[in-house]
Design a protein around this ligand. Structure first.
Ligand code: NDP
Length: 372
């Protein structure tokens, strides 16, 4: 098990006051007092050993409450490599055909699904059926109907379902959420979210509708959707959207290149956002209230995140997002902790309802009412 000192050193935050880190649970606080963490540990198997899974696995090496103990992969050579890199016993390794046997493995508590988007649904259903908690990457599914089915399957199996919304644990993000909740920005009137990058290899799954479920919106636009909700602090009631496509070869039917969309909130606040696979340097949030403002740029990358408000620069230290996320998720699953911004399946479904609405609005050219 990791000591608290190891944990902080690995975060590169040894000299940082604890109050700057996202709130950690009481079990942790007690453990911190006597240096060693003795509380429950979430034993996680990662399913789909691609590039983001590798980032998560590396970050998990610094976790206190979560531990990588197993893998599920379609590529035998990756299983061998991960076994030696992360010290994973053979009894905790599965391929996609043997995966369901995980139900008989008492040494794995949760499966973290990190595959192409359209595969999340089936793998989470199989995870629930095996009686394991599910953590699923964003977007949790390719439409709200599938997302809802995942929520229900996990409920029925009495397991938790969490979505990999790492920004929900990011200190500067949480400080702006705190300021907004405390009324320090006054009544919120406007949010702008710009999310995008120029995508490369045209043969990758992100540009394949079958696997991605869409285009930039599914992959990166979702950060602006999700961000608008936790920044404004309300659920949108309508959406309008417009699509621009400059390359119909790379961005085939059903794969969106650039979409601008607008969300309306019950208070009268509005959000205007851009999602694109065809522009770099787009990672920016701006929140405007009657008495203050906050901006973040970069706002959702792996960090360091930069933020400032009308009161000045945010100086919270950089943390490795996935380390904090996995420790916090362990607290949610094992101790029933409540995160400041939800990361459960219902939260994921809300984003998918908005994505469904955006695609509908692009098609019809009309305002679409949302019922989240
Ligand atoms: P990769 O292509 O790098 O990895 C996906 C892995 O899924 C593959 O390596 C493979 O692992 C497995 N897989 C199973 N079936 C298929 C298939 N038919 N085609 C391709 N791969 C398959 O993708 P990423 O890691 O970049 O993305 C995975 C998920 O993580 C996505 O949902 C994405 O949105 C999300 N993500 C989230 C981020 C975040 O910050 N929260 C950042 C980046 C991605 P194996 O060989 O082991 O079977």
């Amino acid at each position: 098990m990791n000591s608290r000192r190891d944990f902080l050193q690995k975060l590169g935050a040894a000299a940082i006051p604890l109050s700057f880190l996202p709130k950690l649970g009481s079990a942790n606080t007690t453990a911190f007092a006597d240096e060693r963490y003795e509380g429950p540990v979430l034993r996680v198997a990662i399913l789909g050993l691609g590039s983001y899974a590798t980032r998560v696995a590396d970050a998990m090496q610094a976790c206190t409450k979560a531990k990588l103990v197993g893998v599920i992969s379609g590529t035998a050579s990756k299983i061998t490599a991960w076994q030696s890199k992360y010290n994973i016993p053979a009894k905790n390794c599965y391929d996609y055909s043997t995966f369901d046997n995980i139900k008989n493995n008492p040494d794995i508590d949760a499966v973290y699904v990190i595959t192409p988007n359209s595969l999340h649904h089936d793998f989470v259903l199989r995870t629930a059926k095996a009686g394991k908690h599910a953590i699923c990457e964003k977007p949790m599914a390719v439409n709200a109907k599938e997302g809802q089915a995942m929520v229900e399957a996990c409920k029925k199996a009495n397991v938790k379902l969490l979505v990999g919304y790492r920004m929900h644990f990011e200190p500067k993000t949480l400080e702006i959420v705190r300021m907004r909740k405390a009324g320090e920005l006054g009544q919120i009137m406007f949010f702008q979210g710009l999310c995008g990058f120029k995508i490369g290899d045209p043969t990758q799954w992100r540009l394949n509708r079958q696997l991605a479920g869409g285009g930039a919106m599914m992959d990166i636009g979702i950060y602006a959707i999700n961000g608008s909700r936790y920044m404004v602090g309300e659920e949108p009631i309508w959406v309008t959207a417009q699509e621009t496509k400059t390359d119909t070869v790379k961005f085939k039917e059903g794969v969106d290149e650039t979409i601008q969309f607008q969300l309306g909130f019950p208070s009268g606040a509005v959000a205007t956002c851009l999602s694109t696979y065809n522009m770099n340097n787009l990672d920016r949030f701006f929140l405007n209230g009657q008495q203050g403002w906050a901006e973040m740029q970069p706002s959702t990358g792996y960090g360091p995140i930069k933020g400032r408000t009308n009161k000045g620069e945010l100086t919270h230290p950089h943390v490795t997002h996935q380390t904090v996320q996995m420790d916090e998720m362990a607290g949610i699953i094992l101790e029933g902790k409540q995160p400041i911004v939800p990361v459960d399946g219902e939260e994921g479904v809300k984003d998918l309802k908005i994505i469904d609405g955006i695609y509908m609005a692009v098609k019809s050219g009309k305002k679409v009412d949302l019922k989240l």
